[in-house]
Design a binder for this molecule. Structure first.
Ligand code: AOF
Ligand code: ZN
Length: 366
């Protein structure tokens, strides 16, 4: 572990406190160290609020003079909702800045580092592809590809079934697992299910207890058949519901759902397959600056997402039970033709939650 690791680790820890509160901004943390002592700490606390560096400088006061600033993200050099952090760091006379990763936002993208160096401040890039970059992967995807970070979630039996052959699926995972799902939901911009799941489970798709954000509840329903009596439609005034339909969905159904308070969005006429409609929807959610989206199934929706190469992260809850038979497995769709092409989960984490196993991680990007 080099001298920079500990304060950078702390800065990352601080940054995480903004999770769910700062999006579509990135999570950012900052630690100021002088003569081996931490003299200031801060993090970006909410969207539109002060940046991490400003918070840290405020706690340090005059002690920032001659200090090293460890920032998880390259300091901004632009006037946004707040003034440039580079100017504040220069004015506070910090001696050195260690940057966790470069800011992929095109209005920053190296300009922050350049401005600091031009002012005579030593700047070091900590690690170009490490934990600080992983921390802002959803922000980076939104910046570079205009699409939100997509998290696939499922609960299955140990023999890989989402339901028994009869369709019964209540419940597979235990209470502890379901509590984790509700915590995940509470920091999402949207929660997506397919029409089958919406019909069969009649879910609310809210976070209980409520989290930092109120996710938009999205149903993939190409022909707009979702029942007006469903819990989703009946609660449309309490939390937004968006129905993603195909361009050829019957106008009368779209109209009825709109009347009931549902936003009906239709994919481009050229989006003919389920995977194409997924891409079209992700582009739309990106235009709305949604950063994190949780996809809760079922198998067709998750499979089409896999085929579209848009799963970024997986959260699988595995119950120690077997049902056998012809129930669905988590990912339908075309799938990959050979084991050699199988996707791998990286940054893996395996936990026990009550009786369940909880496996989560990211998909290796090509
Ligand atoms: C930093 N420190 O803590 C954050 C940064 O809309 P604004 O003014 O808040 O600016 C948002 C942009 O600034 C965001 O897209 C990203 O490029 C950068 N975020 N920069 O120096 C911070 N949150
Ligand atoms: Zn800033």
């Amino acid at each position: 572990m080099n001298d920079n690791s500990r304060p950078m680790q702390r800065a990352i820890e601080l940054a995480r406190r903004g999770e769910g509160l700062v999006e579509p901004n990135p999570m950012v943390g900052c630690v100021l160290v002088r003569n081996g002592n931490v003299v200031g700490e801060g993090w970006h606390q909410r969207f539109g609020g002060a940046h991490a560096e400003i918070e840290a400088l405020a706690t340090a006061g005059a002690a920032a003079h001659g200090a090293t600033a460890f920032v998880t993200l390259e300091p901004c050099a632009h006037q946004g909702q707040t003034p440039p952090c580079t100017e504040a760091l220069i004015a506070a006379h910090v001696a050195r800045v260690v940057v966790g990763c470069r800011d992929p936002n095109p209005v920053v993208d190296g300009r922050g580092i350049g401005a600091l160096r031009a002012a005579g401040i030593a700047v070091e890039l900590f690690e170009s592809d490490g934990e600080a970059a992983a921390l802002i992967a959803p922000f980076t995807k939104l910046m570079n590809r205009g699409r939100p970070w997509v998290i696939a979630k499922w609960a299955m039996t140990l023999d890989g079934k989402l339901a028994a052959a009869s369709g019964d699926s209540r419940w597979i995972s235990g209470e502890e697992s379901r509590a984790v799902v509700h915590r995940l939901r509470g920091r999402m911009d949207a929660i997506v299910v397919g029409r089958g799941t919406a019909e069969h489970d009649d879910p609310l798709l809210t976070a209980r207890p409520v989290g930092a954000r109120t996710p938009t509840r999205i149903v993939l329903d190409s022909q707009a058949v979702l029942s007006l009596d469903s819990q989703l439609v009946r609660t449309a005034s309490e939390a937004p519901v968006l129905l993603a339909a195909a361009a050829n969905a019957p106008e009368s159904r779209c109209h009825a759902l709109r009347e009931a308070g549902v936003e009906v969005w239709q994919a481009a006429p050229t989006a003919l397959s389920a995977s194409d409609r997924w891409l079209s929807l992700l582009d739309e959610l990106g235009r709305r600056r949604m950063t994190n989206v949780l996809v809760e199934g079922g198998a067709k929706v998750l499979g089409a997402l896999l085929d579209a190469h848009e799963i970024d992260e997986v959260h699988a809850f595995i119950a120690p039970r077997f049902v056998g038979g012809a129930g669905p497995s988590p990912l339908a769709g075309e799938g990959l033709p050979t084991m050699a092409q199988a996707l791998s989960l990286v940054d893996r984490c395996v936990e026990s939650l009550g009786e369940d196993l909880y496996v989560h991680g990211r998909l290796k990007s090509e």
